[in-house]
Write a protein that binds this ligand. Structure first.
Ligand SMILES: [Zn+2]
Length: 566
């Protein structure tokens, strides 16, 4: 590739030694010089072509450090799909009414898998299998809740999936087949017991390819140049084979980092063997395998996230996939093999158990009792933390991964809902990404979306706005141009957790690179690094923060190459 120089720009480099520059040179996909117009012109070769940016804002390419590309294609549900007609239901009655209507519309359909919306709708008066049996008796019916962490099945569906009254839970407090006081199945199932349901409709390879292309194209159009795919529950072989083939055909322009995901305790003993098989079989230039992923706990709103102090409304504490001792043993093995570890940890006790293990392994390494600690451990979500644990991310070198788009109200949960769940004090201090950031820990940001019905939520600029404001950009009535404004939305407590734009950019660029162990290659505009950069028509620092969610880069470059729509 020819050498070129970019001049007259406002370059936000994310390089702490040289935060702002006017110009840079790119040769063979690498930044060769970053500085003033004169410096760059002087150092570049005579034949280098010059592009005058007319004062435009330039920043490094974005790292989405916890995304679900293939999983979202598997879960499907684009706009035309009528499998999710229940998003706006406000009560049990409404949900059941909608189900009746749908059954009338498709009387011969074998299966109904629908999203019924938010958990709280049914908190007071839950739907049971008996309610569903009254509407559909002989065909399976499945209602999946919005966060995709639980579902309600009718009796035919329980039978279809082989769930019997004596079927054992996968992990107590976490992945369970809920039972009433008499021990009878209620129809509600949580977390990983969902896997067979979510995998009933495996897309064809052709559908998977087109879905991957659509999602990657969207993310590139919003400035993402590197993606950590945070895992798939089923069909890993098919998914990895597809990514490999697509990369060999030149259809994966971004850097993809894949993982082998563990969601069942029985997967742990063979996990490293499986991981190595995938790495050996499917790794290509742009599709890398460096990370193991574990679904270590669940989610707050169905009480499966693991807590130190019990939930205020149920008195239960949730659970983890494996015990702390088993986790320690597994992490020791990962450290020996040099495989990074990414964990889903929502609750305070789940995070604490990971921290305890890292602390122990670091001590063993330091004293010579064990191997030196050398892997990157990332705790993703971290929605509730014990105050005494906040500092430990920094102390133990654990990466804290957050999804800023949740900061405007934890996936839409009102403060009252959180207080009801966690108690009056704890319910008002969730999603403390600012506090963690300010300790000096590495904090990385991500989309973590699995739904395709509102692509805006995948945009890192949407995340930046919510991270800075803790308000929902989707709030209220749209104006004449169809635009909503988060300025009028309530600020999600605590307001002190609002982050700065500098932090948002750091978390979306260099810190994502740190999480993936490639901060020597990407994450900032510095001589010697890959030339991933975004050209924006507006200066992010000068614009109204309530318009950040609408930002679309004018141009996106990966390794010095302009990306066009795929
Ligand atoms: Zn995720």
């Amino acid at each position: 590739m020819k050498e070129y120089i970019v001049t007259n720009a406002q370059v936000y480099t994310q390089d702490t030694n040289n935060p702002w520059a006017e110009a840079f040179a790119v040769k063979d996909g690498i930044f060769t010089c970053v500085g003033t117009n004169d410096e760059v012109r002087r150092q570049a070769g005579e034949t280098a072509k010059e592009y005058d940016m007319g004062g435009r804002f330039i920043m490094p390419g974005i790292v989405d450090s916890h995304a679900h590309i293939a999983m979202s294609v598997f879960l499907g549900g684009d706009d035309e799909d009528d499998s999710m007609p229940m998003y706006d239901c406000k009560s049990k009655k409404e949900v059941l009414e909608k189900l009746r209507t749908l059954v009338k519309k498709h009387p011969f359909r074998l299966f109904y898998a629908m999203f019924y919306g938010k958990m709280e709708v049914l908190a007071e008066d839950p739907i049971t299998r008996d309610d569903l049996d009254k509407i559909v008796r002989f065909r399976p019916v499945i209602l999946v809740e919005e966060e995709c962490h639980s579902a309600i099945l009718n009796s035919a569906a329980l039978k279809y999936f082989g769930v019997r009254e004596d079927t054992e839970d996968i992990a107590p407090g976490l992945s369970v087949y809920e039972r009433d006081e008499s021990g009878r199945l209620t129809g509600m199932i949580t977390e990983m017991t969902m896997v067979p349901i979510l995998s009933t409709e495996t897309p064809t390879e052709k559908q998977l390819r087109s879905g991957i292309t659509k999602l990657i194209s969207y993310l590139i159009s919003r400035g993402v140049t590197t993606i950590f795919d945070a895992g798939n529950m089923t069909e890993e072989d098919m998914i990895f084979r597809t990514f490999k083939a697509m990369d060999e055909e030149g259809r994966i322009p971004v850097r993809m980092f894949m993982c082998h995901m563990l969601w069942h305790p029985d997967m742990v003993p063979d996990a490293i063997k499986e991981f190595k098989k995938y790495k050996q079989k499917y790794e290509t230039d742009n599709v890398r395998f460096d990370t193991m992923k574990m679904m270590f706990d669940g989610t707050q709103r169905i009480h499966t996230a693991c807590m130190v102090e019990p939930y205020a409304d149920t008195g239960t504490c949730g659970g983890t996939l494996i015990s702390e001792d088993a986790l320690l043993e597994f992490m020791r093995a990962l450290n020996r093999e040099g495989i990074d570890f990414h964990l889903h940890t929502v609750g305070e006790e789940a995070v604490r158990r990971v921290m305890n293990c890292v602390e122990r392994l670091r001590e063993e390494g330091a004293s010579g009792e064990g191997a030196p600690f050398r892997i990157t451990v990332t705790c993703a979500h971290d929605e509730v933390l014990r105050p005494e644990d906040v500092q430990r991310f920094q102390e133990l070198g654990i990466v804290a991964n957050f999804t800023p788009s949740w900061n405007g109200g934890n996936c839409g949960a009102a403060p009252e809902v959180m207080q009801n769940l966690l108690g009056p004090e704890r319910g008002l201090r969730t999603l403390q990404s600012r506090t963690v950031f300010d300790t000096g820990a590495v904090v990385s940001f991500s989309s973590d979306e699995v739904e395709l019905h509102n692509m805006d939520h995948w945009s890192p600029f949407w995340g930046m706005e919510v991270g800075v404001t803790r308000q929902d950009p989707d709030y209220g009535e749209a104006d004449a141009d169809g635009r909503k404004n988060g300025q009028t939305a309530p600020v999600y407590a605590p307001a002190a957790e609002r982050m700065t734009l500098e932090q948002m950019i750091e978390g979306y660029t260099i810190n994502g690179a740190r999480q993936l162990g490639i901060d020597d290659r990407i994450g900032s505009i510095e001589a010697g690094k890959d030339a991933d950069f975004l050209v924006l028509s507006e200066d992010l620092f000068a614009m109204d923060p309530y318009r950040l969610h609408d930002v679309v880069p004018e141009r996106v470059y990966i390794k010095g190459k302009l990306q066009s729509v795929l």
